[in-house]
Design a protein around this ligand. Sequence first.
Ligand code: PRX
Length: 632
Amino acid sequence: MARNAEQNGGLYYPSEAVLADISVADFEALREAMRVDLAGTWAEIARAEFEWFEPWHTTLDESNAPFYKWFVGGKTNIVLNALDRHARSWRRNKAALIWEGENYECRSYTYHQLHREVSRFASVLKAMGVNKGDRVTIYMGRIPEIAIAMLACAKIGAVHSVVYGGFSVEALHGRIEDSESKIAITADGAWLRGNIVPLKNIMDEALLRAPTIQTVIVVKRTGQDVHMEPGRDLWYHDLMNLPIADAHIETEPMDAEDPLFLLYTSGTTGAPKAILHTHGGYMVGVATTLKWVFDIKDEDMWWCAADPGWITGHSYIIYGPLLLGATSLMYEGAPNHPFPDRWWDIAERHGVTILYTAPTAIRGLMRFGDAWPNRHDLSKLRLLGSVGEPINPEAWRWYHRVIGKERCPIMDTWWQTETGTFMISPVPSTPLKPGSATLPLPGVEIDVLDEDGNPVSPNEEGYLVIKRPWPAMLRTIYGDPERYVNNYWSRFPGVYMTGDSARRDEDGYVWVIGRVDDVIKVSGYRLGTAEIESALVSHRAVAEAAVIGVPDEVRGHAIKAYCILVAGVEPTQRLVEELRDHVAHEVGPIAKPATIEFVDTLPKTRSGKIMRRVLKARALGQDEGDLSTLEQ
Ligand code: PRX
């Protein structure tokens, strides 16, 4: 493939072997069917591929747009389709989840076993008073119990809100409070590069300020002593040894539109917002798009190397692969621990056939050179994937050549927490251009618009928008429907605003450029300037703060902060370190500014809004653009 790329105008065509292996029938016909009858085509898929307790009466209800509804009147449960049906089929003794700890400990669960564990924990949650519709905060590392906890919530109709284990006190506290969770599920700690992340301590500190939590269930993972608050904290293993951990529990029939989970993500302004996804549409969308893009088969070993605490982990470590009856691999630790070949070692030992990861991880591992992956037999790999930020062609080519041995097409999938599933992505038969997410999937209608909402010409940059609803779309922002409308549907009425800029080339291939709002992607993680700024000003030394993202070779972007100090405070290097640690403590280590500059003023508009675009232009030595609104 690679040899031909130059002769093919830079296009990488799939080999005969890849083409012969594709199990999804005529893709172009599907695209056309969706174009002609979007709801009808989704209805056909939903009927054929999933089990329903009761059929729906309206496939797509657009009467209250942008509050779209899918499969209205239908009753199902994502667990009915992700576990129950496989546990009663020939797949019951097939591995559902294979897990490797950072300390090389391995565990695997067949569909039967996972179904049983989930059922037992669902019974425990019920016995602890968790009811349908209740929110449950989950704060854990990458261990099987996070999947068990999420699926157990879903099974009884509770709404999980997973908080990424890399977030810290204030971020956790805000998410618990906003979701009004009654119960939290956590672990004593998580392993990361041989160190313990003290999850339970962080939870304890967050709970000092979150009185809604009545019960904390704690999984023992790292084994150090932790404080257990009498009357509030219970060990997971103790509960699972009680008769209340009953494996016989019915899966709750849920309305297709009932909430499945909340997932907090950073937006343009203010605190992170809770994106709400549902049982019906999310289920249909996530499984179907995963089948299209990675064409997972029963013999595959699927490895999504993300964290379950982000949408990628929700959709593609847990729900998507289980819905397809696939085997999903989860790895607990860091990619380069104890050596830079840890991932390649895992891929070889577990016979991984499809690897899905982020450009930042690829760039990070690329730095260690080709010798590390070359020590391993990666011949089982057949497809590779990328997500989270644009992949630079250099990293793409390395991934293609050194990891995929020029044999494995790379699926560069563009999507968001809000979209729930892949939206713009190649499928294995698509000719590839390094750095482009290629084409919208069937049923996804996109456009690139200028400031006035007019489509731009090929190769011109503009706002990436989505013009038709899709089953796995977010339904609202939990508790703030107005913000849902304002954030996504008001910039250009009637179309969904992604927050990204992009261009389409003459072949219609999409090149996502990056965020146009105040979201910064650091190592693929989505952070809001507002969260980091509010962490900085919560320090006694800081009067005002502004944060921007500056290009970084490995992480994509790094955080640069500008701070105005309180009068009389000395701008020392020690203070820089203190502020960085303070942000890590409040938001999480991922939010630590790479650099902090002390300044006397910040560029603001006359109405007092910080002009981050001016700061960014200055930091990059670029033209500062239109300064007419700048306060002089
Ligand atoms: O800017 C886009 C970028 O990640 C954003 C969504 O972030 P999040 O909600 O955290 O979800 C990440 C995992 C889906 C998008 O608005 N992004 C995601 N995938 C790509 C991408 N940018 C370019 N190419 C991609 N493949």
